[in-house]
Design a protein around this ligand. Structure first.
Ligand SMILES: [Zn+2]
Length: 634
């Protein structure tokens, strides 16, 4: 159904050409991590997005667009190939490369006589992952600057500037520019004036900032006299959970906040203001764009052209395939797949869930047990769709070994958990429940305390019988900390390392430094060091991951001494892991101990040669030492 039927769309062959009948330019804007409900064209939104709204006013807004995978690299591989992840084979960030046999939009447009340039905002889309195929310019240059911990990205202003500079060199030739803006991704740190305009909502501020930069980009096209001959496509690779369903960011679950994306298309000569409410998919973009540019039909893609919808015609509804392997590959948890229709969503992994999206858009009530027939039917449909996509693929994505520098960068972006374990838990908790509990505490650590406690109340009774409750308490630092008897203001500890870690986690979160320091001190006495060159045990890895979180939390709260304490303990457990010496170096740097910082960064580089950020910090510390003289730091 088209809401704005009065929009008499002129999107028939011949009408998408410029006045002088030259081919249209194509501008594809992908805004990373953008929730569909953060754009005012789509309805009530907490963010004002005048630039994207203006595109929607001049073009067509798709109000129900779905990403096949809420993970940056695989989602962009789908946007650029029109293939589902099982077909293009890129299933996660950092560990896959799009094969040469895949045909990208840039390759198709190059063949059609286009000049092509890509301008990406984060190293997660580095050319080494294969999305550069067909682009004559692939600008993935990520500058780092000392002091910034999340440097594997660059801001929208820089990306837009590069794109416009490239456009100047292209001149009148038909051009395809892909502009990827990463700003709404964690960490949320909008510049002014958006920071002040969205107090307490930095994610919204990032969306507003990105929209301002999109406005600048569109103005750049106008200033160059190109806007009237440019097909503009705006969308996102995935959304952001912002704490919904126990998820903080994206990639772990397949719930609506992360799989729904904004999508707007604006073609010259089109009557604007059209609203399409049918479900469409990111894989439909390639065939649609080729259709509009008269370079179609696209052969060998999983998506289909949406031009009939743009014309106001009907299109047979098709379900959207969903998947995520990030929880399995990064955390050792599980893989999820799903199938979404406008009315119903199936999610299947360790458990199978069914949600009625029409009556329960928040996906709060799992109907799988009550609607076994629908579940069976959708599971079969899902299998067929996955198998068809896989069978049609020329060659699966290649696994690429993650080098240490990449791992560090992805860790900085929050993608990789250090010390992930794949061993089954000893207390009978399945990985599904376990990750929910872990995520719940991640939420709490990020300040979503009330929400986290609520989630625990939901998860615990469902996850475990009475038999498990004792063991569960160990996983629930809140409960353990409450239960720890106190003596003279100090926790009476002497418990297992897990209990001590729990006490430390809770105390760090509450800012109870006395208890935190007591727990860290007791841990010092009961954690067995791992010898350099030998493989840490799974418990050592898990404990190190928790110490890393405790230390990082202290660091963020500027408690550098406590951060050092936690990082030093973690280093004892996993002495060959570069993350601890790196974090120690940063803490020593903040404390002004140049000598210790230098030693830590040198050790980091021994373990992770080519880790660019460590190298920069080491050089920076050396420069400081030269200025201070041989005596070193204060
Ligand atoms: Zn992304």
């Amino acid at each position: 159904m088209i809401l704005a039927l009065l929009a008499s769309v002129l999107l028939t062959a011949g009408c998408t050409r410029g006045r002088d009948d030259s081919p249209l330019h194509l501008l594809l804007i992908t805004l990373d991590t953008a929730r569909a409900d953060r754009f005012s064209y789509a309805g009530a939104s907490p963010v004002e997005t005048p630039a994207v709204d203006s595109l929607a006013a001049e073009g067509t807004a798709f109000l129900q667009a779905v990403s096949p995978v809420p993970v940056t690299l695989p989602a962009h591989a789908s946007i650029l190939t029109g293939l589902l992840p099982p077909a293009h084979g890129v299933r996660n960030n950092g560990t896959y490369r799009l094969t040469e046999s895949a045909v990208t939009l840039a390759e198709r447009l190059t063949a059609g006589g286009y000049r092509t340039g890509a301008f990406v905002g984060a190293s997660v889309l580095d050319s080494r992952y294969g999305l550069d195929q067909g682009f004559e310019v692939y600008d993935d240059d990520m500058p780092g600057k000392p002091g910034a911990e999340f440097e594997a990205q660059r801001g929208a202003e820089a990306v837009v500037g590069r794109a416009l500079a490239w456009l100047d060199g292209v001149g009148e030739e038909p051009s395809f520019a892909w502009v990827h803006l990463f700003d709404p991704h964690m960490p949320y740190d909008p510049p002014e004036p958006e920071r002040s305009r969205y107090p307490g909502a930095p994610y919204d501020g990032e969306i507003a900032y990105a929209d301002r930069m999109i406005g600048r980009l569109l103005d750049g096209y106008r200033d160059r006299g190109l806007y009237g001959r440019t097909l503009v496509v705006f969308t996102a690779d995935h959304g952001e959970a912002l704490g919904e369903h126990g998820e903080l960011t994206h990639g772990v679950f397949l719930f609506e906040p992360t799989v729904r994306v904004p999508m707007v298309m604006r073609a010259p000569g089109q009557s604007g203001g059209q609203r399409v409410v049918e479900q469409v998919r990111l894989i439909d973009l390639v065939p649609t764009v080729l259709d509009l540019l008269e370079l179609g039909p696209a052969e060998g893609v999983d998506g289909r052209s949406l031009v009939p919808l743009l014309r106001g015609d009907d299109l047979e509804p098709v379900p959207a395939y969903l998947e995520t392997r990030l929880p399995l590959e990064n955390h050792g948890w599980f893989e999820l797949r799903g199938l979404r229709t406008p009315e119903t969503k199936l999610i299947t992994g360790p458990t199978t869930e069914l949600y009625d999206l029409a009556s329960d858009p928040g996906e709060t009530t799992d109907l799988a047990a009550r609607r076994a027939g629908t579940v069976g039917q959708m599971l079969r449909d899902l299998e067929v769709r996955a198998a068809t996509a896989q069978a049609g693929s020329e060659g699966a994505g290649e696994r690429v070994e993650m080098d240490e520098a990449t791992r560090r960068q992805l860790t900085a972006l929050g993608y990789v958990s250090s010390g992930a374990s794949t061993e089954p838990s000893a207390d009978g908790l399945g990985p599904y429940e376990e990750r929910r509990i872990r995520l719940t505490f991640m939420l709490r650590n990020r300040g979503f305390r009330t929400l986290a406690l609520e989630r625990c109340g939901e998860i615990l009774p469902a996850a475990a019988g009475d038999r498990c409750l004792d063991r569960l308490a160990e996983r629930l630092p809140e409960a353990v900390a409450e239960a720890a008897p106190r003596r003279g203001g100090n926790a009476v500890l002497g418990g297992s390392p897990e209990e001590l870690l729990a006490v430390a986690e809770v105390a760090a979160g509450r800012g109870d430094l006395e208890t935190l320091r007591g727990a860290l001190t007791e841990l010092t006495g009961c954690l067995d060091a791992t010898a350099r060159g030998s493989t840490p045990s799974p418990p050592a890895l898990r404990r190190a991951a928790r110490l890393s979180q405790i230390g990082t939390g202290c660091f963020e709260r500027l408690q550098y001494d406590d951060a050092l304490h936690a990082f030093l303990l973690g280093e004892r457990l996993v002495p060959d892991e570069a993350v601890f010496p790196y974090n120690l170096g940063l803490a020593w740097e903040r404390l002004g101990d140049v000598g210790e910082a230098l030693r830590a960064f040198s050790r980091t580089l021994e373990l992770a040669p080519g880790f660019a950020r460590a190298e920069e910090h080491r050089r920076y510390m050396e420069a400081v030492r030269r200025r201070l003289g041989p005596a070193g730091g204060p």
